[in-house]
Design a protein around this ligand. Structure first.
Ligand SMILES: Nc1nc2c(c(=O)[nH]1)N[C@@H](CN(C=O)c1ccc(C(=O)N[C@@H](CCC(=O)O)C(=O)O)cc1)CN2
Ligand code: GAR
Length: 204
C-alpha cells in the first residue's frame, strides 16, 4: 500500500505532532509527513519539524488582513504536497468551509474532550466546571461546524475532585497521543468509512 502524504497543522508545543511523527518513523502510521503548518511565530512545534527535516510553513495569522487571505496562503503553500491527509494537532484556528472543502474527509483533529461534550476552547476547564467524573479525548473528521465531525476514536480518563485544568489536561494528554496514532493509522490503512455521522472500521 502506498504511503499517504500527510501534512500536520499545529499552533504550539507539538506533543501530538511529535507522537504522529514518531509513529510515522516507526512504520505504525503508513504515511510520509510532507510539511508542518503553524500559525504562531516562535511555536516550539516548528523547531521539532526543523529537527525532523520537514518543511515548515509559518502562516502568522496577524500578518494577514483577513481570514480569507490567511487561508489562501496556507492552501497555496500546501498544494504542492498533494496531501492525502491533514492532521490538526493543537491547531487553534477555526477553518472555513471553503478551506475544508479542498480536503473533504481528509482532515483529522484531536480534541481534549469526549465530544459532543465541551466543544471549542478550554475543553478541560469546561469539564471541570460541569462536574463530570469522566473526561477524555476525541479524534474526529473535521467539518465546518466546530468539533462536530464524525467521531473516529475516543479515550476516557477519570476526573478527580482535586483536579485543576492543568492536572486534567495532563491526564487527557497521555491518552491523546496513542488515540491519535491509532486513528491516523486506521485512516492511512484505508480502514475507515463514514456512513452519515458514524465512522466504521475502528474496531479490531
Ligand atoms: N471548521 C473547523 N475548524 C477547526 C476544527 C473543526 O472541527 N472545524 N477543529 C479545531 C480545533 N479546535 C478544537 O479542537 C478549535 C481551535 C480553535 C478554536 C477557536 O475558537 N479559535 C479562534 C481563535 C483562538 C485564538 O486566537 O486563540 C478562532 O479561530 O477564531 C476553536 C476550536 C481546529 N479548527
Ligand atoms: N480545541 C483544540 C484543542 O484544545 N486542542 C488541544 O491542544 C493541545 C495541543 O497540545 P500539543 O501541541 O502538545 O499537541 C492538545 O491537548 C489538543 O487536544
Amino acid at each position: 500500500m502506498t504511503k499517504k502524504k500527510m501534512v500536520i497543522f499545529a499552533s504550539g508545543r507539538g506533543s501530538n505532532a511529535i507522537a504522529l511523527h514518531d509513529a510515522v518513523e516507526a512504520g505504525t502510521i503508513k504515511a510520509d509527513i510532507k510539511a508542518l503548518v503553524c500559525d504562531i511565530p516562535g511555536a516550539p512545534v516548528m523547531d521539532r519539524a526543523r529537527e525532523w527535516g520537514i518543511p515548515v510553513i509559518l502562516a502568522d495569522r496577524k500578518a494577514f488582513d483577513s481570514k480569507e487571505a490567511f487561508e489562501a496562503y496556507i492552501l497555496d503553500a500546501i498544494a504542492p504536497y498533494e496531501a492525502d491527509v491533514i492532521c490538526l494537532a493543537g491547531f487553534m484556528r477555526l477553518l472555513s468551509g471553503d478551506f475544508i472543502s479542498h480536503y473533504e474527509h481528509k482532515m483529522l483533529n484531536i480534541h481534549p474532550a469526549l465530544l459532543p461534550s465541551f466543544r471549542g476552547l478550554h475543553a478541560q476547564r469546561q469539564a471541570i466546571e460541569a462536574g463530570v467524573k469522566i473526561a477524555g479525548c476525541t479524534v474526529h473528521f473535521v467539518v465546518p461546524d466546530m468539533d462536530a465531525g464524525p467521531i473516529i476514536l475516543q479515550s476516557a480518563v477519570p476526573v478527580y475532585e482535586d483536579d485543576t485544568e492543568d492536572t486534567l489536561a495532563a491526564r487527557i494528554l497521555t491518552k491523546e497521543h496513542p488515540t491519535y496514532i491509532k486513528a491516523a493509522a486506521l485512516f492511512c490503512d484505508d480502514k475507515l468509512t463514514v456512513r452519515g455521522n458514524v465512522v466504521m472500521g475502528t474496531q479490531e
